[in-house]
Structures are given as C-alpha cells and as structure tokens.
Ligand binder design. Structure first.
Ligand SMILES: NC(=O)c1ccc[n+]([C@@H]2O[C@H](COP(=O)([O-])OP(=O)(O)OC[C@H]3O[C@@H](n4cnc5c(N)ncnc54)[C@H](OP(=O)(O)O)[C@@H]3O)[C@@H](O)[C@H]2O)c1
Length: 340
C-alpha cells in the first residue's frame, strides 16, 4: 500500500508518500481499498503541528475521511462484506491506498455518487450538522451568518441551514465564490474583499443574527459577537485566519494572532443574553451513536434529493503537496480530494 507520511510537523516538504505492506484487519475490523480521501483544512493544521488531537501521534498519516471498496473482513465481521462500496470516517490515516477501520465508521455509498464525491462528504457534513443542530441549536426562521461559506464546511452549512428552515447569509473572501453560495441557498452573499462586511451584515440583519458560524478566528470573532441578536450564539470551530495564506506559519506570528483572540466576559454574556460555543467534531469518535444517527439522517436527505453532492476538485495521492497548497491559498471552492 501507499500512504502519505508526516514524520515531523512542518512545511509542505514534510509530506512524503511511502510504500509498505498492506494492513490486515484484526477481530471486529474491515480493510478498505481506498479510492479517494477528503482533504480538510484541519489536515494542513496537522501537518503544521498545531492540531491538538494529533500532537502525540507523529509519525502520522493525516486524513479524516475516505471512500472505497471493502477488501477483507476480520474475524467476527460479516457486514459490510468484501466488494461493498463504502465511505467513512477515521481519526487520521485516510491519506492511503488501504485503511483498516471498524464497521461503525462506514456507510454505503449513495447511489450515483462517485468515490470522490463520497470521500468529500462525511467530515464537512458531520461538522456542519453538529455545528448547526447541537452547538448552534438553530431553529426555523432564524437568520444566520456563515463565514467562508464557499468552502467545504461552509457549503455543507449552507445546505443544512436550508433544510433547517433558516435564512443564511454567506460571507466569502472573493467575488467568484458568490455564485456557488447562492446556488446552495444563501439568501445574501457578502464578498468581504470588495464590501464592508459589517456594514452589509447590519443591513441584512438590523436586529442581529441568531447564530454566527466562525472558522476564521481573531479577525471576526469580536465584531461578530457584537452583531448577535439577543439569544444569539457565536459558534466557533476553526482559526484559519491565524495562519498565513500559502506560507509556513512562524511561532511569533501565531503568538501575535493568539493575543488578538477576544476574551468574552461572563457578565456581558449574561446581561446581553448571548452565547459563545466551540466544538471539535473529532470528539464524535467517542460519541459514535451521535455520528451514526446524524449520518443516517443526512443519507435520508440525500435520498429525498434535499442534499446535493459536494463540488470536488481531485488531486492524485502523489500530488498531496499541491492539494495542501491549493487549500491553504484560500481560493478553493467546495471540497478537495486525493484520488488513489
Ligand atoms: N471544529 C471542527 O470540528 C472542525 C471540523 C472541520 C473543519 N473545521 C474548520 O473549518 C474551517 C473550514 O475547513 P474546510 O476544510 O472546510 O476548509 P475550506 O473552508 O474549504 O477552506 C478554508 C477557507 O477558509 C478561508 N480562510 C481564511 N483564512 C485562511 C487562511 N489563512 N488560509 C486558508 N484559508 C483561509 C478561505 O475562504 P474565504 O476567504 O472565502 O473566507 C478558505 O477557502 C477551517 O478553519 C477548519 O479548521 C473545524
């Protein structure tokens, strides 16, 4: 098998493709012949060495999601059987041509979806599902502000907020990302490269937003908090703005960004009826019932035609450096996947 290996955190140069014997599934496990693996911004953070849950795991193979064919079942497993086409989630290790997982981590590929479309689905949709329905607790008719709305998680948030009956206002970093957001149901799109983000936001929601989904960090958290309606929730799930676009971060720069992170006062939270909530979906690995029920519900929405395929850009596994560079440029739309 081939897999991407990061021996030590660092720049793109630390992404190596290595060959080694295929893994054998143990009791209660299945092995998958991976055909595609999703690329997430979090993988870049793992490569840089700043992803908390990966800190003690180097050398590491990144990757939270994959799609492919079941190749073999270990003792005690009958379903899914060899030859079945599945997609799934893993706590690292998906940037590989083979992976061993447990059956609860996989689902059958939806009809008519390619392996790449399937591989780009679970991580961002589980994140968006958790963010909207568990952390953000959105309700019908609520007005939401969604940052980086044309990206992987952003496009999933847009689709799911439409299902939840919410009104979504999308924020994007370039005008060419606006069309996709409108297509996915955004009521309005703010291009923050050419428009005054907060003036536009105030005109769209004069009474404030019921929930704001922020994966950028220091640049928008404080201002977003001030634009929450009474009872509004600021949902924090990423810090991509803390990292320089397309360049290696340095500790001094990160420390400076860290200093810019807002501190929220419990007194103000109480007197203004506002909330700040953070989450990391990687914790769903210890809440497998929730992961299974969320995915079951979303697969139902796919069958009913209420959820669309995610637009994907494909890169061969050997071009993992180019895939990371593209994602870190901040210019991509939809999902990126590695194909095997
Ligand atoms: N907590 C969790 O459980 C969880 C799970 C998955 C992802 N996340 C977070 O959600 C965010 C989106 O992840 P994704 O994989 O779907 O990526 P993505 O949105 O497809 O790509 C990242 C987007 O972030 C924006 N961005 C802002 N600053 C950036 C920078 N310095 N470098 C690159 N991009 C920058 C860009 O969009 P605009 O310029 O249009 O804003 C870019 O397109 C990331 O912050 C990620 O860490 C969190």
């Amino acid at each position: 098998m081939k897999r991407v290996l990061i021996r030590r955190p660092g720049s793109h140069r630390v992404l190596e493709v290595v060959s080694e014997p295929d893994p054998v599934p143990g009791p209660g496990q299945i092995s998958i012949r991976v055909r595609a693996a999703g690329v997430n911004y979090a993988d870049c953070v793992v490569r840089m060495g700043y992803y908390e849950a990966a800190k003690d795991l180097y050398p590491i193979t990144p990757g939270f999601e994959f799609a492919g064919m079941v190749e073999a079942c270990g003792p005690g497993v009958t379903e899914p059987g060899p030859g079945q086409e599945v997609f799934g989630i893993t706590r690292f290790g998906a940037y590989a041509s083979r992976i061993v997982v447990e059956p609860w981590q996989v689902w059958p590929c939806p009809e008519g979806w390619t392996f790449s479309e399937c591989a780009g689905f679970p991580a961002v949709f589980l994140t968006a599902y958790y963010g909207l329905f568990k952390a953000g607790r959105v309700g019908k008719g609520e007005i939401l502000l969604i940052h980086s709305a044309a990206g992987g998680v952003g496009t999933a948030l847009l689709q799911l907020s439409r299902i939840a009956g919410c009104r979504a206002c999308a924020v994007v970093g370039s005008g060419r990302k606006a069309g996709l957001c409108r297509d996915l149901g955004a009521e309005a799109v703010i291009d923050r490269s050419s428009q005054d983000l907060w003036a536009m936001a105030e005109s769209l929601a004069p009474k404030g937003f019921d929930a704001i989904f922020d994966s950028g960090g220091p640049a928008t958290l404080k201002a977003g908090y001030r634009r929450l309606a009474p009872g509004g929730r600021l949902v924090v799930f990423g810090f991509s703005e803390m990292f320089p676009r397309g360049r290696d971060p340095n500790l001094l720069g990160l420390a400076w960004e860290w200093l810019k992170l807002p501190r929220f006062s419990p007194l103000d939270l109480t007197s203004s009826n506002r909330g700040v909530v953070g989450f990391n979906v990687v914790r769903l690995f210890s809440q497998r019932d929730l992961a299974r029920s969320a995915m079951g519900e979303m697969l139902g929405w796919i069958k009913e035609g209420r959820l669309r395929k995610v637009p994907v850009a494909e890169y061969p596994l050997e071009s993992v450096v180019e895939a990371h560079q593209a994602l870190e440029s901040g210019t991509t739309v939809g999902k990126l996947v590695l194909t095997v």
